[in-house]
Design a protein around this ligand. Structure first.
Ligand SMILES: [Fe+2]
Ligand SMILES: [Fe+2]
Length: 359
């Protein structure tokens, strides 16, 4: 993994950036450095912290335990478990919850140094934008640690858009795992364990492109105009660009690309006369239909639509689960949704209700 990382341009820029931060700390004088800077020993005891560090963690802190601070304020569980790259010993992403309910994302860059025969660590903490954090997180956590990835993506998405993207991504990803397991039972091993893990992990990213959409459009209470509707539809292309930039596997790109396609291939249409989207919701952005839509995307559409119907949105309240199931069975099966996997959807719902605490 490390050699792959070294060949990656983003990684090189990232490590260079980290060296510059630490170099700047030394050259500019630590108290004058805008970014929080801290020096601590192997046991995590604070030796020095600049003014910005004290400000970030709320005042002067005497004999603070740095590991406890990182855990408590940024949710970084194990600083020592980070990977190293040249001079940079640790690269972590942390999310800070503020008292007003907002959050900020920080990248913690650390390096080891010898000082009078003693080993010390220095860290610079830099605030970063959610999409950058997301890219780093996906690359670092990846498949195989889906819970960590889910938690991380959820935290990032929650900052950008708490209810309509953040929680939705995490819930649909959980449901996707249950849906795939039910299909595996019903369709005699159509997926391997590894494929299910991968599909559930990457389905977290299906609406990641929504993070590019301005809140005034995403949360608009009134009917969207044609321009705004095109912006919403653009979340698929934006999500695909994220998948491509990270070289994510096909299953990720398939779920992102096809999650709004319909089984019957009916395309999305703008009703010019009424200046609104057609009442029968068409699929987008492709006119794929039936088995041309990858099976994982057809499965995911069940989880996505169920969650969209049962969750409150700025323009509607959430439906009762039974109401959503009846609507999906009567109106969407065979039209929007692949009817062959409806029984697996029903089976998956028992688990969904357990996961969501009976929401
Ligand atoms: Fe979507
Ligand atoms: Fe979605």
């Amino acid at each position: 993994m490390r050699s792959e990382v070294k060949e990656n341009d983003m990684e090189t820029a990232y490590a260079m950036d980290a060296r510059c931060e630490i170099g700047a700390a030394i050259m500019l004088g630590l108290d004058g450095l805008a970014h929080p800077y801290v020096l601590f020993d192997v046991a995590g005891r604070l030796r020095y912290a600049n003014a910005a560090f004290h400000q970030l963690f709320g005042g002067r802190m005497g004999q603070a335990d740095i590991f406890a601070l990182l855990r408590e304020h940024l949710g970084i569980d194990d600083f020592s478990n980070s990977y190293s790259d040249g001079d940079i010993e640790a690269l972590c992403i942390g999310v800070m919850q503020h008292e007003d309910g907002s959050t900020s994302i920080y990248r913690v860059l650390g390096s080891q140094m010898e000082c009078d025969g003693e080993t010390l660590f220095q860290c610079v903490i830099a605030q970063i934008r959610p999409l950058v954090a997301l890219q780093i997180g996906i690359r670092d956590f990846g498949v195989g640690d889906w819970r960590r990835l889910a938690k991380f993506v959820g935290q990032i998405a929650v900052e950008v858009d708490p209810e309509e993207t953040g929680e939705h991504l995490v819930r649909t990803s959980r449901h996707m795992r249950l849906m795939c397991l039910a299909m595996k039972e019903d369709m005699l091993d159509c997926f391997s364990e590894e494929e299910i893990e991968s599909a559930a992990t990457y389905s977290i990213l299906h609406d990641v492109g929504k993070m590019h959409i301005p809140s005034r459009v995403l949360h608009k209470m009134e009917t969207l105009n044609e321009f705004e509707w095109n912006i919403i539809k653009g979340h698929v292309a934006a999500g695909l660009a994220v998948a491509e930039s990270l070289s994510l596997p096909n299953v990720a790109a398939d779920i992102i690309a096809f999650h709004h396609c319909r089984w019957d291939g009916l395309p999305d249409r703008w009703d010019a006369q009424r200046q609104r989207r057609d009442d029968v919701r068409g699929g987008y952005p492709f006119s794929a239909k039936g088995a041309d839509i990858p099976l994982f995307a057809r499965a995911f559409a069940y989880a996505d639509i169920f969650d969209a119907l049962t969750s409150p949105r700025s323009y509607k309240s959430g439906w009762a689960p039974e109401e959503a199931v009846a609507f999906m069975r009567d109106k969407l099966c065979g039209a929007h949704l692949d009817p062959a996997i409806y029984p697996s959807f029903l089976k998956s719902l028992e688990g969904v209700e357990r996961c969501n605490g009976g929401r």
